[in-house]
Design a protein around this ligand. Sequence first.
Ligand SMILES: CC(C)(COP(=O)(O)OP(=O)(O)OC[C@H]1O[C@@H](n2cnc3c(N)ncnc32)[C@H](O)[C@@H]1OP(=O)(O)O)[C@@H](O)C(=O)NCCC(=O)NCCS
Length: 159
Amino acid sequence: MAGFVRGHPTLAEHVVIRDPSCVGVGKDVYFGVGCYLHDKAQIEIGDMTHFGPYCVLYGPLLIGNGCCIGANTVIAARQQHPNCPLDEAFATYGQDIRLIVIEDNVWIGANVTVVPGITIHTGAIVGAGSVVTHDVPRNAVVAGVPARRIRWREDRELP
Ligand SMILES: CC(C)(COP(=O)(O)OP(=O)(O)OC[C@H]1O[C@@H](n2cnc3c(N)ncnc32)[C@H](O)[C@@H]1OP(=O)(O)O)[C@@H](O)C(=O)NCCC(=O)NCCS
């Protein structure tokens, strides 16, 4: 990793940060083995947010405090343009780039994909294997492809 990230994240082995000048983190941020942070856009992360192994981040992203992001999760604020004309190549046509916001204390399970433009509000849980295509309300538990609400966190008593 050339250059430095603002803040001092803990990096497990084989973490790739393509452009450290694009990345800012708070205190006690952890990236698991093999995480990949793409260049070309800002990635801002709050305090005590942890990423499991092999997470892939494409900015621009705003990720809050105290979040847990499961292994193999892809948070992609940029994608090939879905409205690319039929006679153009996806590889050379402009990209569709929309900020993703993940607020505080969000838990994302393993193998989740978050698509451009999404906000996941404070306290939400995203089930393993979900594809998040709509904003997730505060304290909702969502799961599936596409992710749908299965309950609210406050619906369940503590054990
Ligand atoms: C989302 C999750 C927290 C839900 O837990 P829960 O609230 O106890 O939910 P339940 O097990 O009672 O399931 C409720 C319903 O949602 C479904 N469901 C739960 N998780 C699901 C998922 N990831 N994808 C699709 N459906 C799911 C269940 O099948 C059940 O449906 P049914 O009533 O038709 O049988 C949990 O299932 C999950 O995905 N955890 C992530 C685990 C993980 O990735 N760990 C590693 C990284 S930390």
